[in-house]
Design a protein around this ligand. Structure first.
Ligand code: ADP
Length: 580
């Protein structure tokens, strides 16, 4: 498979700086491992500060190089003669000087067309992701471990952000505000924030990148991407496809000279750069740079806090998508089948179950899919999390019913190498992840929880862990308080709606929550009382490119996806002009 991927040209093992594939300055490399087998897939450059600085200045060149200058005698650069801002983000600008367009249109018609089509075509040509869906999926499974089907689902999901934002680029509208004086004009402009540093995790090696790079490019920003060192190959393959789509060579275009005197020339600049290696050094370089105006990060809350503190020095914009511990509340008026099915989409979820007897039950199945977002791609299987609300329960015992149905669903999950047919749960990403799961499970057992299913390493060895369901979980246990990121579903019990809300909100996290109920009033009441950025009602799959994704409290800042995802990469400024 590795040699097939290599000959397809998608297995890249160098960083991308200024449009060129490069090694680390000192030649050092890091190994990329297949978590299912422990085999070395490839070696990639171990980069640090110097390479990151190079990538930043190359991104900055691409962003700034063609800004207006006095050099050509007109105070404008060539494309401005056509009426465009001629830097990378100029596509968002409307023609301002129509006459010049007509004067020069013959000579530059193809150039103009190319430029006009820049964003829609080059970004939308990320349909290359779909064309190479199978190979990209294989690459994801190889380095990340998730089942191939799920990995291919991620490719579609990842590509959806590129498509969406390529279209959204056409809609970066400004405003004209009536000025307070009749002879003044007041314009609101939306402009790209500048160079963006995008730091991404291993759980979605492709989608977490496209969700950031798509809107950044669409807004006219240039980007330095730092993928997880555990899964850099998918990022590099996506960058190769971006090159094929024409992004750095075309979108980094700079035209030297003026339309009247010189032929246009192109330089190949770093609209999109990828560096990887020593994460803290790369992070420090991005944070220290005055040119990097924005950091967008998905990962742990601990690293997110470091980045937030580090960004203070240069007052950078920040988008942070941090940890969650999603509660899944199943009320006793829920359709149990729907609740079990909806919950089984999620592993990284805390399920709260209300019982007839008035006890709390919460199922926090955390890592079956290694991340709750993985559920979006889990077609066949999953875990269920439910709260069962007892007050209106006449039959009683929905907790036990749910625990039973849920355990059965979990038991049928096949664990193994992501390339094997029928497998729905792959390995955890590394040994540290397994040890974390073990310590959380041990903590729960010590405090009186009961393992209904699993609860130990899988006989397959490596980093495989048995899908696990644990009952009698309480809010004091680590499983309820922190993100386990492993295939563990803790079940908690609750008695009243108020308790369910309190339990669900009694956390620093606030990313996603799910409720299952057939009571319309309750669904609105509870949804609005939950301190979460995303709430699923009788629905386990809630992430899509058209909806804003993001957390409240310590789960993060900002939103990704949807029109709101564009705002993260735009500055709002005004022009207040005397109109005489
Ligand atoms: P996860 O547990 O999801 O891997 P991390 O926060 O550890 O979460 O990692 C997410 C991303 O952040 C990865 O690309 C990782 O290399 C990067 N990272 C880790 N530490 C730092 C740091 N000090 N500065 C910048 N990036 C970092």
């Amino acid at each position: 498979l590795v040699s097939k991927l290599t000959s397809s040209g998608l297995l890249k093992t160098q960083g991308l700086i200024g449009g060129k594939w490069v090694d680390a300055n000192d030649g050092n490399t890091i190994q990329v491992l297949n978590p299912a087998t422990g085999e070395v897939i490839a070696n990639v450059p171990c980069m640090g500060r110097r390479e990151t600085d190079d990538a930043i200045s190359s991104a900055n060149d691409a962003f700034r190089l063609s800004m207006p200058s006095e050099g050509n005698g007109t105070g404008m650069s060539p494309l401005q003669e056509f009426g465009f801002h001629d830097n990378w983000h100029g596509v968002n600008s409307l023609p301002l000087r129509g006459a010049n367009i007509y004067e020069n249109v013959e000579r530059y018609s193809s150039l103009l067309t190319d430029f006009l089509m820049l964003l829609p075509t080059c970004i939308a040509r990320f349909d290359l992701l779909i064309t190479h869906k199978e190979k990209l999926g294989q690459l994801i499974t190889l380095e990340q471990g998730k089942p191939l089907k799920e990995a291919m689902g991620e490719v579609s999901y990842g590509a959806s952000f590129i498509e969406f934002f390529a279209e959204e680029a056409k809609r970066v509208y400004g405003d004209i505000i009536p000025a307070t004086l009749g002879d003044r004009r007041l314009f609101v402009l939306k402009q790209p924030v500048g160079v963006v540093g995008a730091i991404t995790p291993w759980n979605f090696p492709l989608a977490m990148i496209t969700r950031k790079v798509g809107p950044a490019l669409a807004c006219g920003c240039t980007v330095v991407v730092k993928p997880s060192e555990l899964t850099p190959l998918t990022a590099l393959a996506a960058a190769e496809l971006a090159l094929q789509a024409g992004i750095p060579p075309v979108l980094g275009v700079y035209i030297i000279g003026t339309p009247s005197t010189e032929e246009p020339q192109f330089t190949n600049r770093g609209v999109l750069n990828v560096v990887m290696g020593k994460a803290p050094d790369i992070g420090d370089a991005l944070l220290a740079s005055r040119e990097v105006r924005k950091i967008t990060f998905t990962g742990s809350t601990a690293v997110g806090k470091k980045l937030m503190a580090g960004a203070a020095g240069t007052v950078k914009r920040l988008s942070l998508e941090l940890g969650g511990n999603a509660p899944c509340i199943v009320f006793d008026d829920a359709d149990l089948d729907v609740a079990v099915k909806g919950s089984t989409y999620h592993i990284d979820t805390l399920s709260l179950l209300s019982d007839y007897n008035g006890f709390w039950t919460a199922i926090a199945a955390d890592a079956l899919i290694q991340d709750f977002e993985n559920v979006f791609f889990l077609n066949d299987v999953a875990l269920c999390f439910a709260f069962i609300f007892g007050r209106y329960c006449h039959g009683g015992g929905i907790y036990d019913k749910f625990a039973d149905a849920f355990s059965k669903a979990v038991q049928s999950m096949q664990v193994g190498d992501g390339f094997s047919e029928g497998v729905v749960q792959g390995p955890l990403i590394n040994e540290a992840a397994v040890q974390k799961v073990e310590s959380f499970v041990q903590d729960a057992i010590t405090q009186g929880a009961k393992v209904l299913l699993g609860g130990k390493r899988h006989s397959l060895g490596m980093t495989f862990y048995e899908p696990t369901v644990i009952s009698n979980v309480t809010e004091t246990m680590l499983l309820s308080r922190e993100e386990v990121f492993g295939p563990v579903a803790p079940l908690l019990r609750f008695e009243t709606e108020e308790e369910a809300i309190w339990l669900a909100n009694n956390t620093n996290a606030g990313l996603a929550a799910y409720i299952f109920t057939n009571n319309v009033q309750r669904s609105w009441r509870v949804t609005e009382a939950l301190e979460y950025g995303l709430v699923g009602v009788n629905e386990g799959i809630i992430s899509t490119e058209v909806a804003p994704f993001g957390g409240v409290k310590q789960s993060g800042l900002g939103r990704e996806g949807s029109k709101y995802g564009m705002d993260e990469y735009l500055e709002v400024s005004i022009t207040f002009s005397a109109y005489l």
